[in-house]
Design a protein around this ligand. Structure first.
Ligand code: TYD
Ligand code: MG
Length: 457
């Protein structure tokens, strides 16, 4: 029998230690070390493997033949876009997200929809019957989709050999285990070994693999950071539980941009793609209501308009509350400080609540100006007139800083029937076109308020 050795491994960063320690010296996390058993013979095997397979010679980069990436169409325009134009052959894609957000629904829906392709869906969490029930909710099958409930990596390779699929889906990587490692499924060694084996298989065979990964309480993909290094693409599926909108965002992509964003709506019969977010997010009529403004933002290459709502009220307790949905609360605090210091509005004794429509999280900094305008609109109880939208980043000295791709933002606002748009002064110089929408330029935050609220005062 092989000699068995145990080590303690940090479940956060993968650092090893011969004995248990409370605080990881590598990443500084507490209580992350767990005992794992490893076989001694492994290290010598790796060395010989390395010597055997390393037959390639270094070559000049100019002389390397460019093959171009071959991609397969997933039959979902939104999913394709986040991937950078489809699934690259031989790539390993990791989709992470909180439990119950809809990861299994998303991948099953894609699996059923890929017309003319053979797909192998391996689930370590649900039985074939449960998957069948789910697929009945989602709709008809256009592809040749095989499902199997399996947790052993060795058996998975047998299933792959028998079905010879065009795409493999593994739900989830934390439930799969291999005989090569002795520790329990979901532990760092298992996750690392299984994903490395799957990666090798994907690269050798050219079959793309989609992995589903759990998320830990801090919001990052559970298990080691190494998992994120191994895979080609990391997608995050997120959304607010109280809303039906879900976003798929690329965090890392070897074959495309990481700015892309896909929006889905969770319905009774699966996820529906939202190809025109602006119209959906602006459906409410808020004429005469204070605390609401419309932001012209860009996520990836797509501009969209979104409603920003704020509520400012007198703090009931000593410490005022600041809460933000869909917006970084530290950035909100910073913006409120700018408002207080540079523009002289006193908000220290006020509760401030901020909400981005639909629970969507927007990363674009051009939403700063609309956030401040909504806050002030609510604070003074003066509505921003309808037909006005805003875009602009706010700097620490209260200046309105330029935003990227201003023309696209203006065009989107014009398309949706807005009559006025507030843009940073600097951006105004870049404009070449004539627009029918009235363009107001602002340099400072006070100026923006004067422009917006002066007539009503
Ligand atoms: P699921 O895909 O199981 O989430 P995950 O795999 O990320 O844990 O999604 C489960 C949720 O989705 C569940 O709360 C019910 C909801 N749902 C719908 O609203 N409509 C549907 O058609 C399906 C299949 C699920
Ligand atoms: Mg699931």
């Amino acid at each position: 029998m092989a000699k068995i050795k145990s080590v303690y491994i940090c479940q956060n960063c993968g650092a090893e230690s011969p004995k248990w320690i409370g605080k990881c010296p590598a990443c500084g996390e507490w209580n992350t070390y767990t005992e794992e058993i490893i076989r001694q013979e492994k290290s010598s095997k790796i060395v010989t493997n390395f010597l055997e397979t390393n037959k390639q010679k270094p070559q000049l980069i100019n002389l390397v033949e460019a093959l171009g990436e071959k991609r397969i169409d997933t039959c979902s325009p939104e999913f394709n876009r986040v991937l950078g134009g489809g699934l690259v052959l031989g790539s390993l894609v990791l989709i992470g997200g909180e439990p119950g957000i809809g990861k299994s629904t998303l991948v099953l829906q894609i699996a059923l929809n890929m017309a003319g392709k053979r797909i192998l869906y391996i689930s370590g969490e649900e039985s074939a019957q449960q998957l069948k029930m789910r697929s009945e909710r989602i709709g008809e099958m256009r592809s040749e989709c095989y499902i199997v409930s399996e947790t052993s990596l060795e058996q998975i390779f047998v299933h792959i050999k028998n079905t010879n699929p065009d795409l493999i889906i593994v739900d989830s990587i934390q439930t799969i285990s291999t005989e090569m490692a002795e520790s329990s499924p979901g532990s760092i060694t298992q996750v690392r070994e299984c994903s490395a084996a799957l990666l090798r298989f994907a690269k050798e065979s050219g079959i793309p693999i989609i992995l589903i990964g759990h998320i830990n309480k801090e919001g990052s993909i559970a298990g080691p950071k190494v998992l994120e290094h191994i895979v080609d693409t990391v997608l995050q599926f997120e959304g607010d539980r109280h809303y039906f909108y879900r976003m798929l965002r690329a965090h890392k992509n070897r074959f495309g941009s990481t700015d892309e964003l896909a929006i889905f709506e969770m319905e009774q019969d699966g996820l529906r793609e939202v190809s025109n977010p602006s119209e959906l997010l602006l459906s409410q009529n808020h004429q005469g209501l204070s605390g609401v403004s419309v932001a012209a933002t860009i996520e990836g290459v797509r501009p969209f308009l979104i409603e920003v709502q704020a509520l400012v009220s007198t703090a009931a307790y000593g410490t005022p509350q600041r809460s933000a949905t869909g917006f970084d609360s530290r950035r909100l605090n910073m913006l409120l400080a700018v408002l207080e210091k540079r523009a002289g509005f006193k908000l220290a004794q006020k509760d401030v609540f901020l909400n981005i429509a639909g629970g969507l999280r927007v990363n674009d900094t051009a939403i700063d100006l609309p956030v401040l305008v909504s806050v002030l609109s609510s604070s003074f109880d003066i509505a921003v007139s309808q037909g006005v939208c805003l875009t602009g980043e706010v700097g620490l000295s209260g200046e309105i800083r330029p935003v990227s791709r201003i023309e696209q933002r203006i065009a989107e606002a014009e398309k949706l029937g807005f009559t006025k748009i507030l843009i940073p002064d600097f951006n105004f110089k870049q404009l070449n076109h004539k627009y029918t929408i009235e363009i107001l330029r602002v340099k400072k935050i006070e100026e923006a308020f004067r422009v917006l609220f002066k007539k009503d005062k």
